[in-house]
Ligand binder design. Structure first.
Ligand code: ARG
Length: 269
């Protein structure tokens, strides 16, 4: 979804869901815990000042693509999500290596540099990407990004989305990182689902979409900026969708290949 009231709630979750009786807004999200030992590149964006100390102040996801480079969604750094311009958030942190947000462990790093795509279009959601450079390198393993022609983007491929966001569509944010299985969908299906509305417009060059045939497995609020992974390679970042886990409304992701030029300009990837 666009950074509306939901995103402003703060946390994120990933959602996997069961084909289920409709919840409040028709979304049901299932999913299962994902140990960070298998996904050390999954990171959380946090601010205690803006989002409280519970759940480490998490409000979005991010992905380690280099030892000091993190990619996330541009809308995560918007005023709609943060309440104020990002430059005014004095304690923005990148949480690396912490499975359970309610516990300790891992490290909280400061961004030395923040690049938010100046061309991000908050009407269509096109170009929903940002790059954060950590103030020091971390030992945690980064994930390789799938290049433009990578077979990982092929429709039908099994993909996994990771996050600490809403697990029900009703505002139950996860403490432990979760993962949901979805399938990469053909561009024609994504374009048909999202021809253009207040939620966004599907742009195949810079987006991809993924979902489950009957809905139920999806990302949700609080998962934004987090990874969509196919065979160990990053193919997308959680960006938007209508509701969560609804059949016919797949999750839309920023296409990793659209991020590659900026990531290499930042000296990683
Ligand atoms: N915009 C949301 C966020 O800020 C992510 C929504 C993803 N929605 C979906 N149905 N896949 O966390």
């Amino acid at each position: 979804m666009r950074p509306t009231a939901h995103a402003a709630l703060g946390a994120l979750a990933l959602v996997l869901a069961l084909p289920a009786p409709a919840a409040a807004d028709g979304s049901v999200i299932g999913g299962k815990p994902a140990p960070l030992s298998h996904s050390p590149w999954a990171v959380a964006l946090a601010s205690h000042e803006r989002f409280g100390v519970q759940r480490s102040g998490q409000f979005c996801g991010g992905v380690l693509v280099g030892h000091s480079t993190v990619v996330t969604a541009a809308h995560c750094l918007s005023k709609e999500v943060l309440g104020v311009p990002w430059r005014e958030v004095r304690d923005l942190r990148i949480v690396v290596g912490r499975d359970k947000l309610s516990g300790g462990g891992g490290q909280e790093l400061k961004p030395a540099k923040i690049w938010v795509n100046p061309r991000y279009n908050n009407y269509t959601n096109d170009g929903d990407m940002a790059v954060l450079t950590l103030d020091r390198p971390v030992p945690n393993r980064p994930i390789p990004m799938a290049g433009r022609q990578d077979s990982a983007y092929r429709p039908g491929n099994a993909a996994t989305v990771y996050g600490w966001g809403d697990t029900t569509g009703g505002g139950s944010y996860a403490s432990q990182l979760r993962a949901a299985r979805v399938n990469v969908l053909p561009d024609a299906v994504c374009a048909r689902a999202y021809p253009g509305s207040a939620d966004g417009t599907y742009k195949p060059r810079t987006m991809l979409c993924a979902g489950a045939p009957h809905g139920g497995h999806d990302a949700c609020q609080g998962d934004s900026g987090g990874p969509l992974v196919v065979r160990g390679r990053l193919v997308g970042l959680v960006s938007w969708g209508t509701g969560c886990g609804q059949a016919g409304s797949p999750g839309v992701y920023t296409r990793a290949s659209a991020l590659l030029p900026v990531v290499s300009a930042h000296g990683a990837g």
